[in-house]
Design a protein around this ligand. Structure first.
Ligand SMILES: NC(=O)c1ccc[n+]([C@@H]2O[C@H](COP(=O)([O-])OP(=O)(O)OC[C@H]3O[C@@H](n4cnc5c(N)ncnc54)[C@H](OP(=O)(O)O)[C@@H]3O)[C@@H](O)[C@H]2O)c1
Length: 175
């Protein structure tokens, strides 16, 4: 199964402000994300991302995404998780649960869960939509952890609003 890590980042590698806000990011990025999740029929997020989006965004959220598998990863029992979400206990548990159901797993952050997948060398592709906006401090695309991902550049695309989409393949053979 192919795992794509697809994220919106600032040019200096942040995915949100320290308090979790992404007020600088364009609305088009959200619309593109909705389409991608629909295309792959799934998305995978860390538990903190679900909490922050629920708290901070009125009127739109993950419940609006049109796909069958909305996976939330947490180390803790998720008895109170809304039944629209599929709980998973680890990156490997995500893959085990989605095996045979989807061809591609769409990992969409945040930084901690990205690193958890990266540490286990489970990411096959990285797609970064780079906003034309720098913030001085924030949450990292990958939370600090001991891993390398060797990348092969695949493509670049200019998007609306001065945004740029970078597509890389992870070259597992080089690690
Ligand atoms: N710009 C973008 O494209 C984008 C995309 C997504 C999110 N974000 C932003 O990212 C921020 C949140 O990122 P974050 O790094 O703070 O948190 P996160 O990665 O969303 O969630 C972290 C949580 O995931 C669970 N987790 C992490 N590693 C795990 C493992 N190995 N096994 C099981 N569960 C694991 C843990 O949940 P438990 O504590 O419950 O165990 C952990 O607290 C938010 O502000 C959100 O808006 C931005």
């Amino acid at each position: 199964m192919n795992v794509i890590c697809s994220m919106v980042v600032t040019p200096n590698g942040y995915i949100a402000r320290l308090d979790g806000r992404e007020d600088y990011a364009s609305h088009e990025g959200w619309l593109e994300y909705l389409e991608t999740a629909k295309q792959y029929n799934n998305f995978v997020i860390g538990r903190k991302t679900l909490d922050i989006v629920d708290e901070q965004y009125d009127g739109f959220g993950f419940e609006d995404v049109k796909c069958d598998y909305k996976v939330v990863v947490s180390r803790h029992a998720q008895a109170n998780l809304d039944p629209i979400y599929t709980p998973a206990a680890s990156p490997q548990d995500v893959l085990d649960q989605l095996e045979g159901k989807v061809d591609t797993v769409l990992l969409v952050g945040g930084g901690e869960i990205n690193s958890a997948f990266a540490k286990q060398q489970l990411i096959d592709e990285v797609i970064l939509t780079v906003e034309s906006h720098i913030i001085g401090q924030g949450i990292n695309l990958f939370a600090p952890a001991d891993f390398d991902l060797k990348l092969t550049f695949k493509s670049v695309e200019e998007l609306s609003g001065g945004r740029v989409k970078l597509h890389y393949l992870v070259d597992k053979a080089k690690i």
